[in-house]
Design a protein around this ligand. Structure first.
Ligand SMILES: Nc1ncnc2c1ncn2[C@@H]1O[C@H](COP(=O)(O)OP(=O)(O)O)[C@@H](O)[C@H]1O
Ligand SMILES: [Mg+2]
Length: 251
């Protein structure tokens, strides 16, 4: 049996106005799962990520990391195991630092950070050239460029590399290609899939692109009003049609 990396048990988040933005959710994220996450705006997708990452605390229920109850562990204490990429290219990278400096900084995830990291030797630069080249968007020729001067696609590719530089036990991708033009978005999606697959990452990826959600990953979940309304994997996922998926959006 594959073990769960993260488990949500009857997880609830009720906000001050009384809304249940996470509604008694049960979810086992298994080691090696690549889960695509769908749902209308406001369905609770980012809330699910916040609950897992510890940015929002549960009103009721539990979060487990393996067998360990981490419900009361802070977001900072969870950064060691969780990598996250957001929709906004401005998040996740330090704009005044170069690409190489950002990558070096990301190697200290979960440790104390210095303001400007030291230790950028030739061996490191060669390694960064190799990993940035895999993103296929010329980022390898921008190692000395400030992150703030990159294109949106390059900056998201950098955010992705930073989130995975120290292999996270769980990678959370929150519409990380949504702010990019269609061609750049497709290109980053391809690179993402390659990295997740080759490095055997366990990942959740929120997307509004139905075809990406069906095409990538081994499992697909749909959220509605803080609940999981569909959870399919493998063969059942492969057999989904766009028409069927759309029904879940009409709830
Ligand atoms: N910290 C919060 N306080 C109050 N309401 C919140 C908070 N975070 C999210 N919400 C509400 O919860 C619902 C789900 O939000 P979210 O998870 O961001 O949706 P999405 O599926 O679009 O990512 C929305 O109605 C949103 O306004
Ligand atoms: Mg969201």
């Amino acid at each position: 049996m594959t073990k769960p990396v993260i488990t949500l048990k009857n997880a609830n988040i009720t906000v001050p106005n009384g809304n249940k933005i996470l509604d008694d959710m049960n979810l086992e994220i298994l080691d090696g799962d690549f889960i695509t996450v769908l749902g209308t705006n406001g369905a609770g997708k980012s809330t699910l990520f916040n609950a897992i990452a510890g940015n929002l605390s549960l009103s009721d229920g539990q979060v487990f990391h393996g067998d360990r109850d981490i419900t009361n562990l802070s977001a900072v204490e969870r950064t060691q195991m969780i990598g996250r990429v957001f929709q906004d290219p401005k998040m996740g990278t330090a704009p005044r630092m170069t690409v190489a400096e950002n990558l070096l900084l990301s190697e200290k995830r979960g440790q104390r950070r210095t303001l400007r990291p030291r230790g950028l030797n030739n061996a490191k630069l060669m390694e960064y050239r190799r990993i940035t080249a895999q993103m296929g968007n010329d980022l390898d020729n921008r190692l000395q460029t400030a992150a703030g001067d990159l294109s949106g696609g390059q900056r998201q590719a950098l955010s992705f590399l930073m989130a995975t530089r120290v292999k996270p036990e769980l990678l959370l991708l929150d519409e990380h290609t949504a702010a990019l033009d269609p061609k750049t978005s497709a290109q980053l999606m391809d690179a993402t899939n390659q990295q997740v697959t080759e490095n055997h990452l366990t990942a959740l990826m929120i997307t509004h692109n139905l075809s990406d959600a069906m095409h990538y990953g081994n499992r697909l979940i749909i959220l509605n009003a803080g609940k999981i309304v569909l959870d399919v994997r493998d063969e059942a996922k492969n057999q989904l049609t766009e028409e069927e998926l759309l029904k879940y959006f009409a709830i």
